[in-house]
Ligand binder design. Structure first.
Ligand SMILES: O=C(O)CCC(=O)C(=O)O
Length: 308
C-alpha cells in the first residue's frame, strides 16, 4: 500500500494497518539493543533477568518513555518511513512527535485484555476532530512478529462508530456496567466488528486518537511482545500533548539521541528549522557547548559557515 492509499484508508476507517512497513534491515540494530530496555522472553519467563518483577500485575508497567536507553530504538521513533507516513496522514509537512513509548508485554505477566476505548482523554485537552490539519495520529510499531497469540491491538472502523458521541470513552463488553460517565456498555456489534492488527515485525498500525481500539491478551506460551507507541501532530497544533521533551533533555539518553539524529528528526522534537531567527552566533555557540557531538553546520547561516 502506498502512502496515498494509506491516507485514504486512515481517513475512511480511522486507522490503517501496514504489515511489515519497516523493512527488517531498518529494525536490526534496534532489535539488537532491546535488552538495554527489557528482558528477553526467556529472561522473563525463567525469572533469570532481575528486571522481570517489574512487569507483573500491571499492563502499563512495561512502558519506557523516550528518549530510550537504546539510541537505536529512539531513532526508530523518527525513522524516515515513519515520518513520511505521519506527514501523509496528517497532510502536513511540519510534524511534531508529541509522545513516544517502548512497551514490553509477556504472556502471563498480567491481564492485557482491554475494553474498547479511544485514547483522546490523555492525548488532547479538546476532543478529536476530522478536519484536516486538526488531527493527530498514533502508531503502534511492532519490533517482533505479533500474531494473534501475542496480543495485537484490535481496532473498529469509523464506519461503525462515526455516530457515537465523544462521551462515553470506554465501551465495556455487553453485560458489563460502567461506573462513571466516561464508561458504558457497548453495543454487542461493536466487539464483533473488531479487526486484528496482527502482523510481522515492522508492522505499523496508524490510528487517530478518536478511533476505538483495545489491547488484547497474550496467550502464546513463554511469549513476549515488543512494540512502540508513537504520537504525531502538526507542529502548530497546541492542544494535542502528552509530554514535553525538555523535561528529560538533561539525560545522557537525550544527548546521545540528539548527537545521532538528522536535522529533520530534530525538527520533529522541537528544534527550529535552519534559517529560523532562533539560530544566532550566540545560540549556536551555546548549542556547541551543550551538544559537543552535534554537527551544527545545517543550522549555521552560510556567511558564518564560511568564516569557520
Ligand atoms: O498495546 C496495545 O496493543 C494497545 C494498548 C492500548 O490500546 C492502550 O493501552 O490504550
Amino acid at each position: 500500500m502506498d502512502l496515498k492509499d494509506a491516507a485514504q484508508a486512515w481517513q475512511t476507517d480511522g486507522f490503517v494497518i501496514l504489515p511489515g512497513f519497516l523493512p527488517a534491515e531498518e529494525l536490526t540494530s534496534a532489535v539488537r539493543e532491546l535488552d538495554l530496555l527489557f528482558p528477553s522472553a526467556d529472561g522473563f519467563h525463567d525469572g533469570t533477568d532481575p528486571r522481570h518483577a517489574r512487569f507483573i500485575g500491571d499492563e502499563f508497567a512495561g512502558i519506557d518513555t523516550f528518549p530510550f536507553a537504546s539510541a537505536e530504538i529512539s531513532l526508530v521513533a523518527l525513522n524516515r518511513r515513519i515520518l513520511a507516513l505521519a506527514k501523509a496522514l496528517l497532510e502536513e509537512d511540519d510534524v511534531h512527535l508529541y509522545g513516544a513509548e517502548a512497551w514490553a508485554k509477556y504472556t502471563g505477566a498480567c491481564d492485557y485484555d482491554q475494553a474498547l476505548h479511544r485514547d483522546y482523554l490523555n492525548h488532547t485537552v479538546l476532543v478529536p476532530s476530522t478536519t484536516p490539519g486538526c488531527q493527530q495520529v498514533e502508531m503502534f510499531v511492532f519490533l517482533n512478529d505479533v500474531p494473534d497469540e501475542l496480543g495485537p491491538p484490535h481496532l473498529v472502523s469509523r464506519k461503525h462508530t462515526a455516530d457515537l458521541p465523544a462521551v462515553p470513552n470506554w465501551l465495556l463488553r455487553p453485560g458489563q456496567q460502567g461506573t462513571d460517565r466516561f464508561t458504558a456498555e457497548a453495543d454487542p456489534q461493536l466487539y464483533e466488528a473488531e479487526v486484528s492488527g496482527a502482523g510481522p515485525a515492522g508492522t505499523v498500525i496508524a490510528f487517530e486518537p478518536g478511533t476505538f481500539h483495545r489491547g488484547t491478551q497474550l496467550s502464546a506460551p513463554r511469549g513476549a511482545r515488543y512494540s512502540m507507541h508513537l504520537c504525531f501532530r502538526p507542529a502548530g497544533l497546541q492542544w494535542g500533548q502528552r509530554v514535553g521533551w525538555a523535561a528529560k533533555s538533561f539525560t545522557s539518553e537525550w544527548v546521545e539521541f540528539v548527537s545521532r539524529a538528522t536535522p529533520q528528526q530534530l525538527q520533529t522534537v522541537g528544534f527550529p528549522q535552519p534559517g529560523h531567527r532562533y539560530w544566532t552566533p550566540e545560540t549556536l555557540a551555546g548549542m556547541a557547548l551543550r551538544y559537543p557531538r552535534l554537527d551544527l553546520s545545517p543550522w549555521r547561516p552560510a556567511s558564518q559557515a564560511t568564516q569557520l
